[in-house]
Design a binder for this molecule. Structure first.
Ligand code: SAM
Length: 330
């Protein structure tokens, strides 16, 4: 599916190739660090999916933080053309990435790059593709998953009477959610678990539903788990592909969702949001973590990435529950 890059339909950079909602349906869930007066309402791509209704929040705002005037112009231009608000990302880091893309495309500066993107939908599409970061693997950071297996899930299962509601927010191609589900099935095979996964990128969600993984995705998967939960098959180019069992695939509800703009459901026992917020600015992160807090049931756990932290966790009400796990008090 290809979305015209000129369709106002995306909340963050990625290859979200779906029709956009009408702009009037759009409400940003999180404020950008510094709002620009010329902001236009955005609509993120979730039409035709089961995404929850939009969170109603502040009027549309966009910002390019402390970026250079050229960067601000670039962000305004991209927002006008695509609806994507680069202002929700850390300005320094994003500007460096953009300048490097532009140079590699033979563009002398961001003004020239924007002019080219405006004229050439394929170039705009390629630009959006490059901004998507879908890196993942099964049992990524195995020591953290050992904590999930030995401490987090057993405690939650006791509290939740054996049935858990789990969410992988920013699931990419599914490695994280299948890892969690495998542990859940091993620890509580008879539980009636509600396992959900969401990503803004429709293309990557299609891959997640297929549940196919490369040998390198599988490097942290033990031999017994490979045998129990995956089928190995030859892949083009002499490689192998591992496909997760139909039973596990059926057990996950995948949903396209922009975490910055769409409403969340609540009552989760465990939310994993790992390696998603790294490019978001601090204000956006704070609001997002607050929304995760609200979406957890009392006693529920937020599981974040190994290079991440929740700023001012204690004053925001979180209890630390081991490294990279935050607990909403019971
Ligand atoms: C690096 S991957 C992380 C995958 C997995 N959580 C892990 O740690 O292995 C980041 C994912 O976040 C998704 N993402 C980025 N911004 C998002 C947003 N606003 N809403 C939902 N997903 C988003 C990207 O599409 C990408 O698939």
């Amino acid at each position: 599916m290809t979305l015209s890059p000129r369709t106002p339909g995306r909340g963050v950079p990625s290859t979200r190739r779906t029709p956009a909602r009408p702009a009037s349906a759009s409400r940003p869930a999180v404020p950008a660090r510094s709002a620009s007066a010329s902001a236009t309402p955005r609509a993120s791509a979730s039409a035709g999916t089961t995404a929850a209704p939009r969170a109603s929040a502040a009027p549309a705002a966009s910002g390019s933080g402390n970026g250079s005037p050229e960067y601000v112009r670039f962000c305004d231009g991209v927002r006008a053309a695509t609806g994507i608000d680069l202002g929700q990302y850390r300005p320094g880091q994003m500007e460096r990435r953009l300048r490097s893309f532009a140079q590699r495309q033979g563009q002398k500066d961001l003004d020239a790059y924007l002019a080219w993107l405006r004229k050439d939908p394929a170039a705009m599409d390629a630009f959006l593709d490059r901004m998507t970061i879908n890196v993942s693997e099964l049992f990524r950071n195995p020591e953290r998953f050992a904590d999930v297996e030995k401490q987090i899930l057993p405690t939650l299962l006791k509290q939740g009477g054996g049935n858990l509601k789990v969410w992988s927010a920013g699931c990419s191609y599914g490695a994280e959610v299948y890892s969690l589900l495998i542990l859940l099935r091993e620890l509580a095979p008879n539980g009636r678990h509600d396992v959900q996964a969401a990503d803004i990128d429709n293309r990557i969600l299609a891959r997640a539903k297929e549940g196919k993984f490369s040998a390198s995705d599988m490097r942290n998967v033990t031999a017994p788990r490979r045998q129990k939960w995956f089928t190995e098959s030859a892949a083009p180019g002499d490689g192998v592909t591992w496909q997760v069992s139909p039973e596990l695939r059926k057990a996950v509800t995948f949903r396209q969702m922009d975490l910055l703009r769409d409403s969340f459901t609540s009552g989760f026992d465990l939310i994993a949001c790992r390696n998603v917020v790294i490019y978001f600015n601090d204000d956006v992160k704070d609001v997002l973590y607050k929304r995760f807090y609200d979406a957890l049931r009392p006693g529920g756990i937020l599981f974040i990435g190994s290079t991440e932290r929740v700023n001012n966790a204690e004053t925001s009400g979180w209890e630390k529950s081991g490294t990279f796990f935050y607990r909403k008090p019971a």
